[in-house]
Design a protein around this ligand. Structure first.
Ligand SMILES: Cc1cc2nc3c(=O)[nH]c(=O)nc-3n(C[C@H](O)[C@H](O)[C@H](O)COP(=O)(O)OP(=O)(O)OC[C@H]3O[C@@H](n4cnc5c(N)ncnc54)[C@H](O)[C@@H]3O)c2cc1C
Length: 389
Protein backbone atom coordinates (compact mmCIF):
# COMPACT_ATOMS: atom_id res chain seq x y z
CA UNK A 1 0.00 0.00 0.00
CA UNK A 2 1.13 3.60 -0.60
CA UNK A 3 2.95 5.78 1.94
CA UNK A 4 1.10 6.46 5.13
CA UNK A 5 -0.57 9.92 5.25
CA UNK A 6 1.09 12.44 7.58
CA UNK A 7 -2.21 13.81 8.83
CA UNK A 8 -5.84 12.75 9.11
CA UNK A 9 -8.96 13.49 11.14
CA UNK A 10 -9.10 10.12 12.91
CA UNK A 11 -6.22 7.71 13.48
CA UNK A 12 -7.50 4.22 14.29
CA UNK A 13 -5.10 1.77 15.95
CA UNK A 14 -6.13 -1.81 15.17
CA UNK A 15 -7.89 -3.40 12.22
CA UNK A 16 -9.81 -6.12 14.03
CA UNK A 17 -13.58 -6.23 13.51
CA UNK A 18 -14.03 -3.08 15.61
CA UNK A 19 -11.43 -0.89 13.86
CA UNK A 20 -12.69 -2.05 10.46
CA UNK A 21 -16.30 -1.20 11.33
CA UNK A 22 -15.37 2.23 12.68
CA UNK A 23 -13.25 3.03 9.62
CA UNK A 24 -16.13 2.04 7.32
CA UNK A 25 -18.71 4.20 9.14
CA UNK A 26 -16.30 7.17 8.92
CA UNK A 27 -15.44 6.55 5.26
CA UNK A 28 -19.14 6.36 4.36
CA UNK A 29 -19.66 9.73 6.04
CA UNK A 30 -16.77 11.27 4.11
CA UNK A 31 -14.55 11.59 7.22
CA UNK A 32 -10.83 11.21 6.64
CA UNK A 33 -9.48 8.29 8.73
CA UNK A 34 -6.29 6.22 8.74
CA UNK A 35 -6.29 2.65 10.10
CA UNK A 36 -2.98 1.08 11.14
CA UNK A 37 -2.41 -2.48 12.29
CA UNK A 38 0.79 -3.96 13.65
CA UNK A 39 0.14 -7.33 12.01
CA UNK A 40 1.46 -7.86 8.48
CA UNK A 41 -1.75 -9.71 7.55
CA UNK A 42 -5.29 -9.97 8.83
CA UNK A 43 -5.86 -12.84 11.30
CA UNK A 44 -7.17 -15.96 9.59
CA UNK A 45 -8.52 -17.82 12.62
CA UNK A 46 -12.16 -18.27 13.43
CA UNK A 47 -12.33 -16.91 17.08
CA UNK A 48 -15.73 -15.24 17.67
CA UNK A 49 -18.27 -17.45 15.92
CA UNK A 50 -21.62 -15.81 16.68
CA UNK A 51 -23.11 -12.64 15.25
CA UNK A 52 -26.21 -11.62 17.17
CA UNK A 53 -29.41 -9.89 15.99
CA UNK A 54 -28.51 -6.41 17.24
CA UNK A 55 -25.17 -6.56 15.43
CA UNK A 56 -26.93 -7.58 12.21
CA UNK A 57 -29.22 -4.57 12.66
CA UNK A 58 -26.23 -2.20 12.86
CA UNK A 59 -24.40 -3.99 10.04
CA UNK A 60 -27.47 -3.52 7.84
CA UNK A 61 -26.65 0.20 7.97
CA UNK A 62 -23.43 -0.73 6.16
CA UNK A 63 -25.26 -3.00 3.70
CA UNK A 64 -23.40 -5.95 5.14
CA UNK A 65 -26.09 -7.95 6.92
CA UNK A 66 -27.35 -9.91 3.90
CA UNK A 67 -23.85 -10.66 2.65
CA UNK A 68 -22.81 -11.95 6.07
CA UNK A 69 -25.98 -14.03 6.47
CA UNK A 70 -25.20 -15.68 3.11
CA UNK A 71 -21.86 -16.87 4.57
CA UNK A 72 -23.21 -18.29 7.85
CA UNK A 73 -25.68 -20.65 9.50
CA UNK A 74 -28.93 -19.22 10.78
CA UNK A 75 -29.65 -20.62 14.24
CA UNK A 76 -32.94 -19.89 15.90
CA UNK A 77 -32.40 -21.80 19.14
CA UNK A 78 -29.85 -22.20 21.95
CA UNK A 79 -30.37 -25.00 24.47
CA UNK A 80 -28.77 -25.43 27.89
CA UNK A 81 -28.26 -29.09 28.77
CA UNK A 82 -26.81 -31.52 31.25
CA UNK A 83 -25.88 -34.51 29.14
CA UNK A 84 -29.16 -35.54 27.42
CA UNK A 85 -31.44 -33.45 29.58
CA UNK A 86 -32.52 -30.06 28.25
CA UNK A 87 -32.61 -27.60 31.16
CA UNK A 88 -33.49 -24.41 29.32
CA UNK A 89 -34.36 -23.42 25.76
CA UNK A 90 -33.78 -19.97 24.32
CA UNK A 91 -35.69 -19.37 21.07
CA UNK A 92 -34.85 -16.37 18.93
CA UNK A 93 -37.63 -16.71 16.36
CA UNK A 94 -40.12 -14.51 18.22
CA UNK A 95 -37.68 -11.65 18.69
CA UNK A 96 -38.86 -8.18 17.60
CA UNK A 97 -36.30 -7.75 14.82
CA UNK A 98 -35.83 -8.43 11.12
CA UNK A 99 -33.10 -10.88 12.20
CA UNK A 100 -34.80 -13.29 14.66
CA UNK A 101 -31.82 -15.65 14.96
CA UNK A 102 -28.13 -15.90 15.83
CA UNK A 103 -25.77 -16.16 12.87
CA UNK A 104 -22.92 -18.63 13.15
CA UNK A 105 -19.98 -17.47 11.10
CA UNK A 106 -16.22 -17.51 11.85
CA UNK A 107 -14.59 -14.19 12.73
CA UNK A 108 -12.12 -14.29 9.82
CA UNK A 109 -15.07 -14.37 7.40
CA UNK A 110 -16.67 -11.38 9.16
CA UNK A 111 -13.35 -9.50 9.01
CA UNK A 112 -12.88 -10.35 5.32
CA UNK A 113 -16.28 -8.88 4.45
CA UNK A 114 -15.62 -5.80 6.60
CA UNK A 115 -12.25 -5.24 4.87
CA UNK A 116 -13.83 -5.52 1.41
CA UNK A 117 -16.57 -3.12 2.48
CA UNK A 118 -13.99 -0.60 3.79
CA UNK A 119 -12.18 -0.73 0.43
CA UNK A 120 -15.47 -0.17 -1.36
CA UNK A 121 -15.95 2.97 0.73
CA UNK A 122 -12.50 4.16 -0.40
CA UNK A 123 -10.51 3.21 2.72
CA UNK A 124 -7.87 0.59 3.50
CA UNK A 125 -5.60 -0.71 6.27
CA UNK A 126 -1.93 0.29 6.59
CA UNK A 127 0.18 -2.75 7.64
CA UNK A 128 2.43 -3.53 9.41
CA UNK A 129 2.39 -0.29 11.37
CA UNK A 130 2.51 -0.42 15.17
CA UNK A 131 1.49 2.64 17.13
CA UNK A 132 4.22 3.24 19.71
CA UNK A 133 3.79 6.85 20.81
CA UNK A 134 1.05 9.43 21.40
CA UNK A 135 1.61 13.13 22.08
CA UNK A 136 -1.50 15.14 22.74
CA UNK A 137 -1.54 18.94 22.46
CA UNK A 138 -4.26 21.56 22.28
CA UNK A 139 -4.88 21.11 18.56
CA UNK A 140 -4.60 17.36 18.12
CA UNK A 141 -2.53 14.22 18.64
CA UNK A 142 0.72 13.09 17.07
CA UNK A 143 0.86 9.33 16.73
CA UNK A 144 4.31 7.79 16.32
CA UNK A 145 4.70 4.44 14.58
CA UNK A 146 7.38 1.83 15.15
CA UNK A 147 8.65 2.66 11.65
CA UNK A 148 9.51 6.15 12.92
CA UNK A 149 6.82 7.85 10.82
CA UNK A 150 4.28 10.10 12.49
CA UNK A 151 0.61 10.76 11.78
CA UNK A 152 -1.10 13.87 13.09
CA UNK A 153 -4.80 13.43 13.88
CA UNK A 154 -7.61 15.28 15.58
CA UNK A 155 -8.68 12.11 17.39
CA UNK A 156 -7.10 8.70 17.99
CA UNK A 157 -9.23 5.63 18.64
CA UNK A 158 -7.75 2.54 20.30
CA UNK A 159 -9.35 -0.48 18.65
CA UNK A 160 -6.15 -2.28 19.55
CA UNK A 161 -7.54 -5.14 21.61
CA UNK A 162 -7.27 -6.26 25.21
CA UNK A 163 -3.66 -5.11 25.71
CA UNK A 164 -4.46 -1.72 24.16
CA UNK A 165 -1.51 0.64 23.82
CA UNK A 166 -3.91 3.60 23.50
CA UNK A 167 -5.63 2.67 26.76
CA UNK A 168 -2.25 2.37 28.50
CA UNK A 169 -1.30 5.85 27.33
CA UNK A 170 -4.50 7.37 28.67
CA UNK A 171 -3.89 5.83 32.10
CA UNK A 172 -7.55 4.73 32.13
CA UNK A 173 -7.97 1.85 34.55
CA UNK A 174 -9.02 -1.55 33.20
CA UNK A 175 -10.49 -3.13 36.29
CA UNK A 176 -11.70 -6.67 36.75
CA UNK A 177 -10.11 -10.07 37.05
CA UNK A 178 -9.13 -13.22 35.20
CA UNK A 179 -11.03 -16.49 35.34
CA UNK A 180 -8.96 -19.26 36.90
CA UNK A 181 -10.01 -21.68 34.13
CA UNK A 182 -8.64 -21.64 30.63
CA UNK A 183 -10.69 -22.24 27.48
CA UNK A 184 -10.27 -24.95 24.87
CA UNK A 185 -11.34 -23.77 21.46
CA UNK A 186 -11.62 -26.18 18.54
CA UNK A 187 -13.25 -26.20 15.13
CA UNK A 188 -13.93 -29.86 14.38
CA UNK A 189 -15.71 -32.25 12.09
CA UNK A 190 -18.23 -34.03 14.25
CA UNK A 191 -20.61 -36.97 13.92
CA UNK A 192 -23.57 -36.55 16.23
CA UNK A 193 -27.32 -36.84 16.29
CA UNK A 194 -28.27 -33.30 17.39
CA UNK A 195 -29.75 -30.75 14.94
CA UNK A 196 -27.08 -28.85 13.04
CA UNK A 197 -28.74 -25.45 13.32
CA UNK A 198 -28.77 -25.14 17.10
CA UNK A 199 -26.20 -24.15 19.69
CA UNK A 200 -25.95 -26.47 22.69
CA UNK A 201 -24.40 -25.40 26.01
CA UNK A 202 -23.57 -28.38 28.21
CA UNK A 203 -23.30 -27.59 31.92
CA UNK A 204 -21.13 -29.86 34.04
CA UNK A 205 -19.26 -29.64 37.33
CA UNK A 206 -15.98 -29.72 35.41
CA UNK A 207 -16.92 -26.77 33.24
CA UNK A 208 -19.19 -25.53 30.50
CA UNK A 209 -18.93 -26.83 26.93
CA UNK A 210 -20.51 -25.15 23.93
CA UNK A 211 -21.12 -26.99 20.66
CA UNK A 212 -22.09 -24.71 17.79
CA UNK A 213 -22.48 -25.55 14.10
CA UNK A 214 -20.30 -23.61 11.65
CA UNK A 215 -20.50 -23.35 7.86
CA UNK A 216 -18.76 -26.04 5.81
CA UNK A 217 -19.92 -28.95 7.99
CA UNK A 218 -17.76 -27.94 10.95
CA UNK A 219 -18.62 -27.45 14.62
CA UNK A 220 -17.08 -25.05 17.11
CA UNK A 221 -16.33 -26.51 20.54
CA UNK A 222 -15.58 -24.11 23.39
CA UNK A 223 -14.94 -25.62 26.81
CA UNK A 224 -13.67 -24.35 30.13
CA UNK A 225 -10.99 -26.55 31.68
CA UNK A 226 -8.55 -26.13 34.57
CA UNK A 227 -5.51 -26.13 32.32
CA UNK A 228 -5.96 -26.39 28.56
CA UNK A 229 -3.25 -27.95 26.40
CA UNK A 230 -1.52 -25.42 24.13
CA UNK A 231 -2.98 -27.00 21.01
CA UNK A 232 -5.87 -29.27 21.99
CA UNK A 233 -5.82 -32.45 19.91
CA UNK A 234 -8.52 -34.88 18.85
CA UNK A 235 -8.21 -37.11 21.94
CA UNK A 236 -8.48 -34.15 24.34
CA UNK A 237 -11.60 -32.76 22.63
CA UNK A 238 -13.16 -36.23 22.40
CA UNK A 239 -12.54 -36.74 26.13
CA UNK A 240 -14.33 -33.46 26.91
CA UNK A 241 -17.38 -34.43 24.87
CA UNK A 242 -17.42 -37.94 26.37
CA UNK A 243 -17.37 -36.52 29.89
CA UNK A 244 -19.81 -33.64 29.37
CA UNK A 245 -21.76 -34.16 26.12
CA UNK A 246 -24.70 -36.36 25.11
CA UNK A 247 -24.72 -39.89 26.55
CA UNK A 248 -27.50 -41.74 24.72
CA UNK A 249 -25.87 -41.09 21.36
CA UNK A 250 -22.36 -39.85 22.08
CA UNK A 251 -20.70 -37.39 19.73
CA UNK A 252 -17.63 -38.49 17.75
CA UNK A 253 -14.88 -36.05 16.78
CA UNK A 254 -13.67 -37.06 13.30
CA UNK A 255 -11.13 -34.31 12.70
CA UNK A 256 -9.68 -31.19 14.31
CA UNK A 257 -9.64 -28.39 11.73
CA UNK A 258 -8.18 -25.72 14.04
CA UNK A 259 -7.66 -25.50 17.78
CA UNK A 260 -6.33 -23.11 20.33
CA UNK A 261 -6.52 -22.25 24.00
CA UNK A 262 -7.09 -18.96 25.64
CA UNK A 263 -7.50 -17.40 29.02
CA UNK A 264 -10.47 -15.21 29.72
CA UNK A 265 -10.71 -12.03 31.72
CA UNK A 266 -13.64 -9.90 32.73
CA UNK A 267 -12.48 -6.31 32.68
CA UNK A 268 -14.03 -2.95 31.89
CA UNK A 269 -12.33 0.38 31.22
CA UNK A 270 -13.27 3.04 33.78
CA UNK A 271 -13.79 5.50 30.89
CA UNK A 272 -14.07 5.29 27.11
CA UNK A 273 -12.61 8.74 26.47
CA UNK A 274 -9.73 10.82 27.67
CA UNK A 275 -9.82 14.06 25.68
CA UNK A 276 -8.82 13.27 22.10
CA UNK A 277 -8.18 9.58 22.82
CA UNK A 278 -11.05 7.08 22.69
CA UNK A 279 -11.44 3.33 23.19
CA UNK A 280 -13.68 0.74 21.52
CA UNK A 281 -14.07 -3.04 21.48
CA UNK A 282 -11.75 -5.30 23.47
CA UNK A 283 -9.65 -2.25 24.36
CA UNK A 284 -12.61 -1.12 26.48
CA UNK A 285 -14.15 -4.39 27.67
CA UNK A 286 -13.36 -8.10 27.75
CA UNK A 287 -15.49 -10.90 29.11
CA UNK A 288 -16.21 -14.60 29.07
CA UNK A 289 -17.11 -15.96 25.62
CA UNK A 290 -20.24 -17.59 27.12
CA UNK A 291 -22.96 -16.24 24.84
CA UNK A 292 -20.42 -15.08 22.24
CA UNK A 293 -20.81 -11.35 22.84
CA UNK A 294 -17.28 -9.90 22.73
CA UNK A 295 -17.04 -9.01 19.07
CA UNK A 296 -20.74 -8.12 18.90
CA UNK A 297 -20.51 -5.49 21.64
CA UNK A 298 -17.38 -4.07 20.00
CA UNK A 299 -18.92 -3.74 16.53
CA UNK A 300 -21.88 -1.91 18.06
CA UNK A 301 -19.47 0.42 19.93
CA UNK A 302 -17.78 1.21 16.62
CA UNK A 303 -20.99 2.18 14.84
CA UNK A 304 -22.10 4.47 17.69
CA UNK A 305 -18.65 6.06 17.97
CA UNK A 306 -18.43 6.51 14.19
CA UNK A 307 -21.63 8.57 14.22
CA UNK A 308 -20.52 10.70 17.18
CA UNK A 309 -17.08 11.40 15.70
CA UNK A 310 -18.67 12.33 12.38
CA UNK A 311 -21.04 14.76 14.11
CA UNK A 312 -18.19 16.44 16.02
CA UNK A 313 -15.92 16.64 12.97
CA UNK A 314 -18.81 18.22 11.07
CA UNK A 315 -19.25 20.92 13.69
CA UNK A 316 -21.22 19.49 16.65
CA UNK A 317 -20.02 20.26 20.19
CA UNK A 318 -17.23 18.06 21.58
CA UNK A 319 -19.58 17.05 24.39
CA UNK A 320 -21.28 14.74 21.86
CA UNK A 321 -18.28 12.43 22.30
CA UNK A 322 -19.17 11.97 25.96
CA UNK A 323 -22.51 10.52 24.87
CA UNK A 324 -20.54 7.59 23.44
CA UNK A 325 -19.36 6.46 26.87
CA UNK A 326 -22.75 7.25 28.40
CA UNK A 327 -24.51 5.06 25.82
CA UNK A 328 -22.06 2.21 25.39
CA UNK A 329 -20.30 1.66 28.73
CA UNK A 330 -23.49 0.56 30.57
CA UNK A 331 -24.04 -1.99 27.78
CA UNK A 332 -20.58 -3.49 28.32
CA UNK A 333 -21.13 -3.41 32.08
CA UNK A 334 -24.29 -5.47 31.61
CA UNK A 335 -22.59 -7.91 29.20
CA UNK A 336 -19.66 -8.41 31.59
CA UNK A 337 -22.08 -9.06 34.48
CA UNK A 338 -24.39 -11.33 32.42
CA UNK A 339 -21.60 -13.50 31.02
CA UNK A 340 -19.96 -13.66 34.47
CA UNK A 341 -23.25 -14.92 35.99
CA UNK A 342 -23.67 -17.46 33.19
CA UNK A 343 -20.12 -18.74 33.62
CA UNK A 344 -20.56 -19.11 37.39
CA UNK A 345 -23.98 -20.83 37.10
CA UNK A 346 -22.62 -23.18 34.45
CA UNK A 347 -19.71 -24.34 36.57
CA UNK A 348 -21.39 -24.86 39.96
CA UNK A 349 -19.21 -27.55 41.51
CA UNK A 350 -21.05 -29.53 44.20
CA UNK A 351 -23.65 -32.16 43.31
CA UNK A 352 -26.40 -30.77 45.63
CA UNK A 353 -25.97 -27.24 44.24
CA UNK A 354 -26.02 -28.63 40.70
CA UNK A 355 -29.29 -30.37 41.50
CA UNK A 356 -30.79 -27.12 42.79
CA UNK A 357 -29.55 -25.26 39.73
CA UNK A 358 -30.96 -27.81 37.31
CA UNK A 359 -34.35 -27.87 39.05
CA UNK A 360 -34.47 -24.07 39.02
CA UNK A 361 -33.56 -23.89 35.33
CA UNK A 362 -36.14 -26.52 34.38
CA UNK A 363 -38.78 -24.55 36.34
CA UNK A 364 -37.73 -21.33 34.61
CA UNK A 365 -38.00 -23.13 31.27
CA UNK A 366 -41.80 -23.12 31.72
CA UNK A 367 -41.98 -19.34 32.02
CA UNK A 368 -42.25 -17.57 28.62
CA UNK A 369 -41.02 -14.25 30.09
CA UNK A 370 -37.74 -15.92 31.07
CA UNK A 371 -37.17 -17.15 27.51
CA UNK A 372 -37.85 -13.71 26.15
CA UNK A 373 -35.55 -11.99 28.65
CA UNK A 374 -32.73 -14.45 27.89
CA UNK A 375 -33.24 -14.11 24.13
CA UNK A 376 -33.31 -10.29 24.37
CA UNK A 377 -30.09 -10.28 26.45
CA UNK A 378 -28.18 -12.79 24.32
CA UNK A 379 -29.19 -11.13 21.06
CA UNK A 380 -28.25 -7.74 22.59
CA UNK A 381 -31.60 -6.35 21.42
CA UNK A 382 -32.19 -5.37 25.05
CA UNK A 383 -29.41 -2.83 24.49
CA UNK A 384 -30.99 -1.01 21.57
CA UNK A 385 -30.92 2.74 22.08
CA UNK A 386 -34.24 4.03 23.49
CA UNK A 387 -35.23 5.75 20.21
CA UNK A 388 -35.07 2.43 18.33
CA UNK A 389 -37.13 0.37 20.76
C1 LIG B 1 -8.51 -17.45 20.61
C2 LIG B 1 -9.67 -16.50 20.74
C3 LIG B 1 -10.97 -16.97 20.74
C4 LIG B 1 -12.06 -16.14 20.87
N1 LIG B 1 -13.31 -16.66 20.86
C5 LIG B 1 -14.38 -15.85 20.96
C6 LIG B 1 -15.70 -16.35 20.91
O1 LIG B 1 -15.92 -17.55 20.78
N2 LIG B 1 -16.73 -15.47 21.02
C7 LIG B 1 -16.52 -14.10 21.16
O2 LIG B 1 -17.48 -13.32 21.24
N3 LIG B 1 -15.28 -13.61 21.21
C8 LIG B 1 -14.21 -14.44 21.10
N4 LIG B 1 -12.97 -13.92 21.14
C9 LIG B 1 -12.84 -12.48 21.32
C10 LIG B 1 -13.03 -11.75 20.01
O3 LIG B 1 -12.13 -12.29 19.08
C11 LIG B 1 -12.81 -10.27 20.29
O4 LIG B 1 -13.85 -9.80 21.15
C12 LIG B 1 -12.77 -9.41 19.05
O5 LIG B 1 -11.74 -9.81 18.16
C13 LIG B 1 -12.52 -7.96 19.46
O6 LIG B 1 -12.26 -7.18 18.34
P1 LIG B 1 -11.32 -5.89 18.43
O7 LIG B 1 -11.33 -5.34 17.04
O8 LIG B 1 -11.75 -5.04 19.56
O9 LIG B 1 -9.89 -6.41 18.83
P2 LIG B 1 -8.93 -7.46 18.12
O10 LIG B 1 -9.68 -8.41 17.27
O11 LIG B 1 -8.09 -8.01 19.24
O12 LIG B 1 -8.04 -6.57 17.16
C14 LIG B 1 -7.08 -5.70 17.66
C15 LIG B 1 -6.12 -5.37 16.51
O13 LIG B 1 -5.23 -4.36 16.96
C16 LIG B 1 -3.94 -4.61 16.47
N5 LIG B 1 -3.00 -3.91 17.38
C17 LIG B 1 -2.77 -4.16 18.69
N6 LIG B 1 -1.90 -3.25 19.19
C18 LIG B 1 -1.58 -2.41 18.17
C19 LIG B 1 -0.74 -1.26 18.06
N7 LIG B 1 -0.05 -0.77 19.11
N8 LIG B 1 -0.65 -0.64 16.86
C20 LIG B 1 -1.33 -1.10 15.76
N9 LIG B 1 -2.15 -2.19 15.82
C21 LIG B 1 -2.29 -2.82 17.01
C22 LIG B 1 -3.83 -6.13 16.48
O14 LIG B 1 -2.87 -6.59 15.53
C23 LIG B 1 -5.26 -6.54 16.09
O15 LIG B 1 -5.39 -6.72 14.69
C24 LIG B 1 -11.86 -14.75 21.01
C25 LIG B 1 -10.56 -14.25 21.01
C26 LIG B 1 -9.48 -15.11 20.86
C27 LIG B 1 -8.07 -14.55 20.86
Amino acid sequence: MSDIPRSTDVLIAGAGPVGLTLATVLADAGVDAVVVDQAAEAANTSRAAVVHARTLEVLRELDLADELIAQGIVSSRFTVREHDQVLLTVDFDELPTDFPFALLVPQDVTERLLTARLRKAGGDVYRPYRLTGLDVDAGGVRGTLASGETVRARYVVGCDGMHSFVREQTGIEFTGDSYPESFVLADVRLSWSEPNDQVALYFSADGVTVVAPLPGGRHRIVATVDEAPEKPGLAAVQALLDARGPRRQPARVDEIVWSSRFRVHHRLAAHYRSGRLLLAGDAAHVHSPAGGQGMNTGIQDAVTLGHKLTAVLQGAAEAVLDEYEAERRPVAEEVVAFTHRMTRVATVGSAPLRGVRNTALRALDWIPAVHRTMAMSLSELANRPAEER
